[in-house]
Design a protein around this ligand. Structure first.
Ligand code: ASP
Length: 331
């Protein structure tokens, strides 16, 4: 039995405006991260697989409206929601993903069914929904994903005729509701104008296997049909027992162009560097070269954990067995 079992999660990265932080919002985020880590920890402590732990953690994050995945997802340019998710098992290199779904309550569960029940890796749109329905997963009315906060962000992004990262829109919303245009309304701990709200989890289980899962609503006011890095194996999600498990958050197009998640694993395999060195190189050196902003979480089969980001903050945390979960927001 591997005594280094561990789970790590993220809930998006972005610019921190301390002025925009309210104590109650910060407490709420820490509590949400803590609860998800505790749930993941329980799965691992009971001997569950890393795959089970990351599925459960991401399912809970999808159900939490604080994060841009599942309920609380951002809006497309058409005022709809299109959700993406991926999951990978490091012990078998099996993977499953779905993108552009509008009615699947928990996209990560659909991705998992693709991994387990299909010869394919990625389903999109109607086909993905039909697959999820045939697998007995819960479908919801599209309005289930609506939240007031994301709707406000969308109206502002639409007014500016641009697509923006989840939390870019949120800061705009906070600023616009403030009397002082240059002072954000105390609301979220990370400047919501500069936040990427995707969620993800990586874990090492007691059997020595790793897994990764990532889920998102994408970017606010995105064009209908736009797909980012999240559901692409190797870009937003990757796992291999021989190297590591990785889940990313940030400007998806740049993470796709850098094949960011796989690059961490590849550097470990081909350059023989540590998890930390590989992840640091991707986030701090390679992504910034093409203006890629965000971060990632990663674990390896020895129980090393790293959570680098090149923005001012990233909602994040990790938990080892029988130790209290550690959560953080700022640098
Ligand atoms: N990477 C996600 C995407 O581009 C956005 C995010 O991380 O918030 O869809």
């Amino acid at each position: 039995m591997n005594s280094n079992a561990v789970i790590a999660i993220h809930g998006g990265a972005g610019t921190i405006l301390r002025a925009s932080m309210s104590a109650s919002a910060e407490t709420e985020y820490h509590a949400a991260l803590h609860a998800v880590l505790s749930a993941g920890q329980r799965v691992l402590a009971d001997g569950g697989s890393a795959l089970d732990a990351v599925s459960e953690a991401v399912r809970l994050l999808e159900d939490c409206p604080l994060f841009n995945a599942g309920r609380g997802a951002v809006y497309t340019a058409a005022g709809t929601h299109e959700l993406d998710a991926a999951i990978m098992d490091g012990s078998t290199l099996e993977a499953g993903a779905i993108c552009c779904v509008k009615r699947v309550r928990n996209p990560i569960l659909a991705a998992r069914r693709v991994l387990e029940g299909s010869e394919h890796v990625l389903f999109t749109g109607e086909g993905a929904e039909a697959f999820a329905a045939a697998q007995g997963l819960e479908l919801v009315e599209p309005a289930y994903f609506d939240t007031e906060a994301r709707h406000r962000q969308w109206l502002l992004a639409r007014g500016q005729q641009r697509a923006m990262l989840d939390h870019d829109g949120a800061t705009l919303a906070a600023a616009s509701s403030s009397n002082h245009d240059d002072e954000p309304t105390p609301h979220e701990p990370i400047d919501p104008n500069r936040k990427f709200g995707t969620v993800g989890a990586v874990a090492l289980d007691r059997h020595g296997h790793v897994a990764a899962a990532t889920s998102t609503g994408g970017v606010t006011n995105k064009q209908v049909g736009r797909v980012g890095d999240t559901p692409l194996i190797g870009a937003g999600c990757y796992a291999d027992d021989a190297t590591c498990a990785v889940s990313t958050t940030g400007s998806g197009e740049m993470f796709m162009r850098m094949v960011a998640a796989y690059d961490v694993a590849a550097q470990m395999a081909y350059r023989n560097v540590s998890l930390e060195e590989a992840a640091h190189d991707v986030v701090m050196n390679r992504l910034p070269k093409i203006d890629g902003r965000g971060g990632l979480i990663a674990v390896d089969a020895r129980g090393n954990v790293t959570l680098p980001f090149n923005t001012e903050g990233m909602y994040r945390g990790f938990a080892r067995l029988s130790e209290a979960p550690v959560t953080a927001i700022y640098r």
